[in-house]
Design a protein around this ligand. Structure first.
Ligand code: UDP
Length: 233
């Protein structure tokens, strides 16, 4: 990659592109879970996640959602708009899993008739705590208008993605989004991939996402490849 490295995260690197307010995101094969406590590599995860994200961002753009995506540059790299990121993780859930199972005691897989949206603070040292609207106000992260926009966009994106995955025999159990501002407009950033979504085969309920890595379920690479094939089909 030619440009200067601006930032290295757990799963991605961000480089300068040479163009103003445009950066290059490179997807790594590194995998982490439990706030970095578990580390590993998933062969060609970066290739799968770059292609899956590119396809889903294009789908969302066509459906009227503003995203940071510009173009895919190579098998692991996307050219995207630089955004002033909002340090919130917006989680959308259609079924119970993961931390919602722990928080509520509801059984994994329970269908949520209305999607549940949760906002977490993006802060590794605090362990990404769940925030309520008052916490968000106190932290000065978003006012009522921006909060309402975040929730509306999260639901819109969920409707589009749920339908897209359903057509590919996949259940979109839950997923995480990150947003930023571009010229004061709310824009979807980050990635949408099996690292950030729970996806289950609709017929067998087989997990085809990072839970295979988190829980040592095996066939991790195969799961990412399977999702890539279905997303591109
Ligand atoms: N998620 C994510 N990054 C995070 C936390 C969660 O991408 O830092 C995704 C996760 O893959 C899942 C959804 O958000 O699809 C909900 O995750 P949950 O709150 O259940 O936490 P987890 O069980 O992943 O710790």
């Amino acid at each position: 990659m030619s440009g200067e490295l601006l930032y290295e995260g757990k799963a991605k690197k961000v480089y300068q592109s040479g163009e103003s307010k445009v950066v290059i995101v490179e997807f790594k094969d590194d995998a982490t879970a439990f706030n970095g406590a578990k580390k590993g590599q998933i062969a060609d995860k970066g290739v799968a996640n770059a292609a899956i994200s590119a396809k889903l961002f294009q789908l969302l753009e066509v459906r009227g959602i503003a995203t940071h995506f510009r173009e895919q540059l190579d098998s692991r790299s996307l050219k995207v708009d630089w955004l002033k990121m909002i340090p919130l993780e917006v989680v959308v859930r259609n079924r119970v899993a993961g931390s919602l199972e722990k928080r509520t005691g509801l059984k994994e897989g329970t269908v949520l008739e209305q999607a549940v949206v949760e906002l977490y603070l993006k802060n590794d040292s605090l362990g990404d705590p769940l925030l309520n609207d008052d916490h968000i106000r106190v932290l000065g992260l978003a006012g009522p208008e921006l909060l309402s926009q975040l929730r509306t966009q999260a639901h819109r994106i969920n409707n589009i993605l749920q339908q897209f995955f359903e057509q590919r025999n996949l259940i979109l159990v839950d997923f995480k989004l990150e947003f930023g501002l571009r010229d004061n407009q709310l824009v979807l950033g980050d990635e949408i991939s099996p690292d950030t979504c729970r996806l289950w085969d609709q017929t067998t309920l087989k997990k085809l996402d990072k839970d295979r890595f988190r829980r040592d379920l095996g066939s991790v690479e195969e799961a990412y490849r399977e999702v890539l094939e279905r997303v591109l089909s």
